[in-house]
Structures are given as structure tokens and as C-alpha cells.
Design a protein around this ligand. Structure first.
Ligand code: SF4
Ligand code: SF4
Length: 297
């Protein structure tokens, strides 16, 4: 089984469109949406949720009014001003540091786990999808990504899948690092812009640091041929293979509007380019002995 993550230096480069297209081509695979802060793979795959689970992370104080002597020590000592004058809690201000529990002379405060999101096991027209939703403003997205990855891998092992196709998080933060762990390849999607190249360079460095080989796809390459050439030079200098280039194609936007992948349209330049990219990726990992699902235009 091979695990392939699609990542980008910043959001909006087309990594989810590419992951969804891969999932439409690949046979016998499991998908994981690890962009838990702004999950959107489900918009293209219309999942039918089979299992729904709570995600708990962090701690939140719970005050026992029966025991409380209203001494207000917790109010005075909370440096985040998370306990209000009426002793109610401001959950957005609370950092879960437990100091209120420590200072309370009446042992009236206990810490409880917080429900900060949900994760789902779903079925889609292309196979199982593990995805998640983190509550607004909640932290620990890296931990939720690790959970999604673990569940996706277990599902894949159970069904004897050949692939785990992962839509990673953008950027270089904690959720990206969690997206990269234990994968075989990172497909880095870059758009031809100076900021796109700069951000992609950073995420390629992160992948390298964790021993993950990067493969580059240039999306909407024809919007700026000069910068596309610069990206190719950048990759050539670092011996990073360019898997392919996808042209700007209105069909991608049209299919998104219909909640479908580009692979579900008729003939399209972007579709043809993605098929070539997939087949090139398959050839690159052929030596590992995995069965490759070749795609035809
Ligand atoms: S856990 Fe920490 S931040 Fe939250 S209310 Fe208690 S002292 Fe304040
Ligand atoms: S420190 Fe404890 S006893 Fe004092 S007000 Fe807070 S909860 Fe009540």
C-alpha cells in the first residue's frame, strides 16, 4: 500500500481538485481529507456519512457550585480572564491551563475534556473517505489530522487497499507535518506566481526534513509561462521531479459547480494532463511492486 499526500505552500492552488481527480482514477483506494481547518474534498465527493465520531482535545474547567465558597480566587488568578465575575466561563478565552483548579481552596473545579470537532467515515462514488470538521477557532488540528490519517490507514489495511490518497493541509504548520508523516510521496501543487514558488519552496523543505520525497505539479501553468519556467528550473536545480503541468481550463470550474471532479467531464485539457500525471506517478512507484491503475483519456 502506498500513501500519497497532495500538499501546497498555500491554499487555493488546486490540490483538492487534483486529489479528487486522483481518487476518480485510482482503483482500490481510501481517501483522507487532512485539510481539517478548511475541509472541502467532501464538496466534490458528496460523501454518505456511515460513522460519526466526536473529537476531543484540550481541557475545560467545570465549576461545582455546591462546593464553591465564592472566594473568587479563580477569577483573580486566571491571567486569561476566562472566568467572569459571575463565575461563568468564557470558553473562547480559556487556555485549559488548569491553574484555576490548582488555586481553588474548595476543590470546586475539575477539568473536563473538550469536544472540539467530529470525524467521519463515509462512502463516496469512488470509495471510502475519512474526513473531519474542527470547531471554529479550535486548536490541535495536527492531532485531528493524525487521527484522520490513522483511521484512513486502518480502513485501507482492512480492505486491502493499494492506495491512501490524502488531501493535505496547505502551508508549513503542524497539520502539514501530521499530513506528511508516514507517506511515500508528497505531490506539491504550485501555481506560477512568485508567492506560489516561495511558499512551495518552504513546504518542499519541510517534506525533505521529514524524509518525504516531493514531486511537483504546476497548476494553471499557462497563466504565466515565465514563472512556470522558473519553477521548472527551481525543481531541476534541486532534482525534484516535475510530474506534469495542468493548463487553465474552464471545465474544472464548470465541474466544481456541479460538485464533480474534472475526471467526470468529457474531453478537457486539464483532464488529459491529470491522466498523464497519474500515469507518470504510477510509473515512478512501479518498482515498489504495487499494481498501478492506468488511466486513459
Ligand atoms: S484553565 Fe486556565 S485559562 Fe482556563 S479558566 Fe482556568 S486558569 Fe483560566
Ligand atoms: S476558587 Fe473555587 S471556591 Fe473560589 S470562587 Fe473559584 S471555584 Fe469558587
Amino acid at each position: 500500500m502506498k500513501q500519497i499526500v497532495t500538499i501546497s505552500g498555500k491554499g487555493g492552488t488546486g490540490k483538492t481538485i487534483l486529489t479528487a481527480a486522483f481518487s476518480a482514477i485510482a482503483k482500490n483506494h481510501v481517501m483522507a481529507d487532512c485539510d481539517v481547518d478548511a475541509a472541502d474534498l467532501h464538496l466534490l465527493l458528496s460523501p454518505d456519512i456511515k460513522e460519526r465520531h466526536l473529537f476531543q482535545s484540550g481541557l475545560m474547567p467545570k465549576l461545582d457550585r455546591e462546593r464553591c465558597s465564592e472566594c473568587r480566587q479563580c477569577v483573580d488568578h486566571c491571567r486569561f480572564h476566562a472566568i467572569r465575575d459571575d463565575l461563568s466561563l468564557d470558553p473562547l478565552a480559556c487556555e485549559g491551563c488548569r491553574f484555576c483548579e490548582y488555586v481553588c481552596p474548595m476543590q470546586a473545579i475539575s477539568m473536563e475534556k473538550k469536544n472540539t470537532g467530529e470525524w467521519y467515515l463515509s462512502e463516496t462514488r469512488f470509495g471510502p473517505l475519512i474526513h473531519a470538521r474542527l470547531g471554529a477557532g479550535e486548536e490541535n488540528s495536527g492531532k485531528l489530522v493524525s487521527l484522520v490519517r490513522k483511521e484512513a490507514k486502518e480502513t485501507a489495511l482492512k480492505q486491502g487497499a493499494d492506495w491512501v490518497l490524502i488531501d493535505g493541509s496547505p502551508g508549513i504548520g503542524c497539520p502539514v507535518i501530521a499530513s506528511l508523516s508516514d507517506v511515500d510521496y508528497a505531490v506539491v501543487v504550485i501555481e506560477p506566481s512568485l508567492s506560489g514558488l516561495h511558499d512551495a519552496g518552504r513546504v518542499i523543505e519541510v517534506a525533505k526534513h521529514f524524509g518525504v520525497k516531493s514531486l511537483v505539479v504546476i497548476n494553471k501553468y499557462d497563466l504565466h509561462q515565465g514563472l512556470t519556467t522558473e519553477i521548472e528550473r527551481f525543481c531541476g536545480n534541486r532534482k525534484i521531479p516535475v510530474l506534469g503541468k495542468i493548463p487553465f481550463d474552464k471545465a474544472v470550474v464548470e465541474m466544481m459547480g456541479q460538485a464533480k471532479t474534472i475526471m467526470e467531464t468529457g474531453k478537457s485539457e486539464a483532464k488529459t494532463a491529470i491522466i498523464e500525471i497519474w500515469n507518470r506517478l504510477g510509473k515512478m512507484i512501479h518498482s515498489s511492486g504495487i499494481k498501478q491503475s492506468n488511466a486513459n483519456a
